[in-house]
Ligand binder design. Structure first.
Ligand SMILES: [Zn+2]
Length: 499
């Protein structure tokens, strides 16, 4: 039978549960002379809440437990259980049985003695989904539970469970697993599969699973083949790990252009954008927790980054492309902080101006406008306008004026246009050469491009003019050289001041 490893290696007893405190709490509770009649298991998905519920249900019914928290697996009750024929263990999903009638039905069953086992065990998953009436009905049962009944409630959203219910349950809190805990579980799986694998590779898998046993086991299964871990696939994981870390460092250094390039590489390798956002978030948390004193400007940047990431992760399910959202985020940060690759010089005054210009409301508004205009429009090259003839000389004359006015749209745009250069003119389309992909992306945003096209058309006295941005290595080199000169010049000035 081809069963997924996750199902095959579901914990079968308390000692196989991955989270240390959950294991310890359960050992304590199950060792009591009188067991709690209601449990409430709460925490994120993929951490073994359902497995725990089943272990408890089997353990309390086992006729000869091997040891504390370990059902024998052989007695009549265990056999019924393992064959999926234990009719006294009732599993229900509150997401689909959330109405009062469902709970009434449950209550009428509660009164009846178990038909085979010692205990009737009700496992109610996603219990926060119950309606208020259903909760009230459940509460009555929890207040006076018959001796032969046990409730095991599970939820991912504890705050939605009424206090009255919580207070009558033994609450067990699940948290994301540590890398060590996940590696322990992975070792159990590897042993079961007779898998040849290095411990450091297990750690790599664990890190990628971000605290979820389920994801870790699934990932291990994915990178394994014929009894061994495929080094090619593990290399890929390692490659991803390193690339994301580099990207994050570049993001903190405000080397937006490089982040943009790497993002494209990641997208092409088929990594999900959601994953990248999550990893950025955890790297940021890690970085902030190790932060010493930091300049105000830096702190503000961290806060902005964190806010942007949070916003993306909230909408992850709704947006068509998370990658696109991440790119927008980088552009937003770029516009606000305006420093490109290899530009280490801080310009506080200019930063202030940009803060004034690019307020969060404006970013939001322009994002909304972009959405309205449609992402595709921004990315699509302009159609050739065959019947339009642009006078190249006239274009050269009007261009500086457009650059000056572009500051009204935003200062980032003006800086980009200044650093760039007019390219050729063809079929009514004006080409602008820029040094970086990020600049190209910015010029091609619907709002910016529409403005530039309208300005060009007006100035040139034409009905319509198209615009296209191209990345040119030559321009990039020029810009880098200029920056170096600038900073040497400044160094010289500082040196002169110091005498
Ligand atoms: Zn048993």
């Amino acid at each position: 039978m081809n069963m997924s490893w996750y199902l095959k290696y579901r914990p079968k007893n308390v000692s196989e549960l991955g989270l240390t405190e959950v294991r310890e709490t359960l050992e304590k509770l199950l060792g009591l002379a009188k067991w709690p009649h209601a449990f409430l298991l709460t925490g994120p998905r993929g951490l073994g809440k359902t497995s725990t519920a089943r272990i408890i249900a089997q353990y309390v019914n086992c006729l000869q437990p091997k040891e504390l928290g370990m059902p024998c697996g052989k007695c009549r009750n265990c056999q019924l259980f393992e064959a999926g024929q234990a009719v006294d263990v009732i599993e229900m999903d509150a997401a689909s049985n959330r109405r009062i009638d469902d709970i009434r039905q449950l209550r009428s069953g509660v009164g009846l003695a178990p038909s085979q086992l010692k205990y009737k065990v009700y496992i109610i998953d996603e219990v926060h989904m119950l309606t208020t009436e259903a909760f009230n009905a459940l509460l009555k049962t929890l207040e006076e539970p018959p001796e032969h009944v046990m409730f095991i409630l599970a939820t991912t959203e504890l705050h939605k469970v009424p206090e009255t219910i919580k207070s009558r349950c033994q609450v067990i809190q699940y948290r994301l697993a540590t890398d060590d805990e996940m590696v322990q579980t992975l070792e159990r799986v590897a042993k079961g599969e007779k898998l040849k694998v290095d411990k450091k590779d297990l750690y790599l898998v664990a890190r990628r699973a971000r605290g979820s046993f389920r994801d870790a086991i699934k990932l291990l299964e994915q990178v394994s083949q014929d009894g061994r871990v495929e080094s090619r696939l593990v290399e890929k994981l390692r490659g991803y790990d390193e690339l994301v870390k580099t990207m994050f460092d570049n993001l903190l250094d405000k080397k937006f252009d490089e982040v943009m390039d790497d993002l494209e590489i990641l997208r092409k390798t088929g990594v999900s954008g959601e994953e990248v956002v999550f990893d950025f978030q955890s790297l940021l948390v890690d970085r902030i927790s190790r932060l010493g004193t930091v300049e105000r400007e830096e702190l503000e940047y961290y806060q902005d980054l964190s806010r942007e990431l949070l916003e993306i992760s909230r909408d992850v399910r709704e947006v068509a492309s998370v990658f696109l959202s991440v790119k927008k985020m980088i552009i937003n940060l770029y516009l606000k902080y305006q420093r490109t690759a290899s530009q280490p010089v801080k310009e506080p005054r200019r930063a202030k101006v940009s803060e004034r210009v690019v307020k969060p409301e404006r970013i939001k508004k322009s994002q909304a406008e972009d959405k309205k205009a449609g992402e595709k429009k921004a990315a699509k090259p302009p159609e050739p306008l065959d019947n339009v003839r642009i006078d190249a000389e006239k274009l050269k004359q009007v261009w500086p004026g457009i650059i000056t006015r572009s500051a009204e749209i935003n200062h980032g745009l003006q800086a980009i246009l200044r650093m760039g250069q007019l390219g050729g003119v063809k079929h009514g389309v004006v080409e602008i050469k820029v040094g970086y992909k990020l600049h190209k992306a910015l010029l091609e945003r619907a709002k910016i491009r529409n403005w530039l096209e309208a300005e060009l058309a007006r100035e040139l006295g034409l009905k319509r003019v198209g615009l296209v941005a191209e990345v040119s290595d030559e321009i990039r080199q020029k810009q880098q050289k200029r920056k170096q000169e600038k900073s040497t010049e400044q160094d010289d000035r500082v040196a002169a001041l110091l005498g």
